[in-house]
Design a protein around this ligand. Structure first.
Ligand code: ME8
Length: 507
């Protein structure tokens, strides 16, 4: 059954260059988007850039540029990063676009009409780095006396006129909503954090600023610009044409999945559904929060100088190795550490040896002994059954965003295929029992086809190459096509390696 599937990444701040953390979220969301397309769903996959607010304004000042010129430059860099990471987004939203300003103004007016907004003064703590307000009780004091938010960001005291959103009115309704939708926030640890935050009571939320200009003006009161998080969250509605309910993409709402880093769960799982419900709009179906990467054991930071540009990794190791590593190495939802050694080991052991060599051996044997054609279908074997079960096994794990488990399921089959070829020794059967040799090779071909089809979302380029080498027609590479056996006699082009081993340069 085909369904709509609307998936988003966070929109990234344009205060600095894209790094491996941004690439991670985008790749994870991309794998899900591609998987749903493979399953025949109608997919809308959104990413983009968050361009307003004081943090971006300051970064532009530091660069000596006008904020629009600055954001144009960095947004282009994020767009390039997405293209280089093989991200198959259907739209790229920038919050400085007219369509977005229009959507924000419309939502604001809906909130005003619903009496969800009032004008007052904000006085309290603000962390520029997080673009977030904090309560006194959340702060600690550093040795030099600076007050620090739980995220580690320094806070400053601000006092200015401000519009407020009546968040305090939503505590019970949010708790009821989480109760009715137990899958709304995952993983469980994040859900529990949100529940205790909301249970502790919600203060009304300041949603406008007057002390700087780089934002979307509040309708009817242009001395105020909208709080950057309200502005940012609305991007998910802008992209489907809000407020035009007849827009081509309007039927994609509610979004199926917002993939976010763990530090922005509160915005997506508390503020966002409250804004939407107050405006009479359905909340998204699911918010999934993943963990944070450190690099060789250290937090990534400009001052340490260990920020990794994912494009440099791709230049060195190849795109698919990087995509595979990021999803294979660490359970999604948990923190992980990036190390070159671990990447090289996954690349050489799992891609080059386990999968690449297997394909090469099988295809070479077929070329030499079976006229380079698919042999006739063989009687079923446990290996063939495990391979045929892969789409279901992978789907069940991807539905839970358990990428590493989905890949483990595929590698379980690949390892079984390696054991099968070693045990059956088709090269020895060539003289003693050529018919049996053809059967064994057919089982291995069928296995490789299933493996390559289900791995396409993770490694689109190399699996396209592998499916080409398997002679699988381009229009028969979706999940449904696996139900039809390949015809005996289908030609196999001459094989060439898909995953070269990586050898670290010496010296
Ligand atoms: O928060 N490890 O933008 P942002 C893993 N504009 N993921 C990481 C990471 C790391 N070390 N560092 C960043 C914002 N990320 C807002 C979002 S949405 C309406 C507005 C990823 O540029 C992760 O997905 O700070 C995190 O949530 C996101 O980048 C934050 O990007």
């Amino acid at each position: 059954m085909t369904a709509n599937f609307y998936i988003t990444t966070p929109i990234y701040y344009v205060n600095g260059a894209p790094h491996i953390g941004h690439a991670y979220t985008s790749i994870a969301a991309d794998v899900l988007a591609r998987w749903h397309r493979l399953a025949g769903d109608s997919v809308f996959f959104l990413t983009g850039t968050d361009e307003h607010g004081q943090k971006v304004e300051r970064a532009a000042q530091e660069a000596g540029l006008d904020p629009q010129a600055f954001t144009d430059r960095i947004a282009a860099d994020f767009r390039d990063m997405a293209a280089r990471m093989g991200i198959s987004n259907d739209d790229f939203i920038r919050t400085t676009e007219p369509r977005h300003k229009h959507a924000c103004a419309a939502l604001w007016q809906r909130l005003v009409a619903a009496d969800a907004i009032y004008l007052d003064h904000y006085e309290g703590w603000y962390a520029l780095r997080d673009e977030a307000f904090y309560g006194e009780d959340e702060l600690t004091t550093r040795a030099d006396g600076v007050r620090i938010a739980p995220s580690g960001a320094p806070v400053e005291w601000v006092r200015e006129p401000s519009y407020f959103f009546r968040l305090s009115a939503w505590q019970d309704k949010l708790l009821a909503f989480y109760d009715e939708h137990p899958d709304f926030i995952a993983p469980t640890a994040r859900r529990n954090e949100v529940l205790s935050f909301v249970r502790a009571g919600l203060a009304d939320l300041s949603i406008s600023r007057t002390s700087f200009r780089w934002g979307i003006p509040v309708p009817g009161d242009p001395a105020h610009v909208m709080y950057v998080w309200l502005d940012a969250l609305v991007n998910y509605l802008t992209a489907i044409g809000y407020p035009d309910t007849d827009a081509a993409r309007a039927s994609f709402w509610p979004a199926d999945l917002h993939v976010v880093g763990k530090e922005i769960v509160r915005f997506h799982a508390v503020f966002w559904p409250a804004f939407l419900m107050a405006a009479g709009i359905a909340p998204p179906r699911r918010v999934y929060s993943h963990g944070w990467w450190t690099v060789e054991g250290e937090k990534m930071s400009k001052s340490v100088g260990n920020v990794i540009d994912p494009r440099a990794l791709v230049d060195e190791f190849g795109l698919d190795a990087v995509r595979f590593f990021l999803l294979r190495e660490v359970p999604f939802g948990q923190d992980g550490d990036f190390s070159r050694r671990a990447l090289i080991s996954r690349l050489n052991n799992e891609l080059a040896n386990d999968l690449g060599n297997l394909a090469q051996r099988v295809l070479t044997l077929l070329q030499r002994n079976c006229a380079g054609e698919w042999p006739a279908p063989a009687a079923t074997t446990p290996l063939a059954e495990a391979a045929a079960a892969l789409p279901g096994a992978v789907r069940a794990r991807l539905d839970r965003l358990a990428f590493h488990e989905a890949l483990e399921e595929v590698w379980r089959v690949i390892r079984a295929a390696n054991a099968y070829i070693d045990h059956q020794a088709p090269w020895a059967l060539r003289k003693t029992d050529p018919a049996r040799m053809a059967e064994v090779l057919r089982v291995l071909l069928d296995t490789l086809r299933s493996v390559a089809v289900v791995l396409q979302p993770v490694m689109p380029g190399s699996m396209t190459a592998m499916l080409d080498q398997l002679g699988v027609p381009a229009q028969a590479r979706d999940l449904a096509a696996l139900d039809t056996a390949m015809a005996a006699g289908t030609p196999l082009p001459s094989p060439s390696g898909v995953f070269p081993r990586f050898v670290e340069a010496v010296g």
